[in-house]
Design a protein around this ligand. Sequence first.
Ligand code: ATP
Length: 200
Amino acid sequence: MLRIGLTGGIGSGKTTVADLFASHGLEVIDADAIAREIVEPGQPALAELADAFGHDILSADGTLNRGELAARAFVDPGHTALLNSITHPRIEEETARRFDSAEDRGVPEVVWDMPLLVDKGYHHNMDVVVVVDVDAEERVRRLVHYRGLAEEDARARIAAQVSDQVRRAAADIIIDNNGPLEALATQVSAALEEIRSRWE
Ligand code: ATP
């Protein structure tokens, strides 16, 4: 089974590219979705977070109030480490389970849509690394325009991630998403063709 790591800076268009790979029939493992699922009501991580950070992190309907958790967890490195010690093992376990399941089902290619693929060094475990690349200034513009982020917030989030240069250096294939959305589909088809001819 070919493991394809898909990454890019915040607002680069990873999800859009992952959807295009899915439209070609590739199985996609969405890291952000897993991170959300492991803290859904009824999941052990949510109860542990409430015990660790206080039950005020739960909304009236029992779902996680992310703002409240962030306000309590990101105050100092110790609290952040506690948060990570509760969530990260679950995320890793579920991710491994999805890869194993795909392998058991004889799935030929899996795309792991993972924002922090390079930041965390996970790209070393992949057969192919695909990076969606967009100039930082254009990403700020899209995050403000389409996502409604404050410009300062967009810049701070970009600065908190690994640099574009480091991410690009880890890439086997770079998808340039500086152009219009319509240009992406052709590039994803070409990337898939290249992957199948070079790695399979
Ligand atoms: P995040 O890092 O926040 O998860 P992402 O990398 O998954 O983001 P997307 O959600 O795919 O990025 O795209 C970010 C936003 O930019 C979306 O609103 C998307 O529609 C828009 N977008 C993506 N590509 C382009 C493009 N080429 N031109 C204009 N807008 C685009």
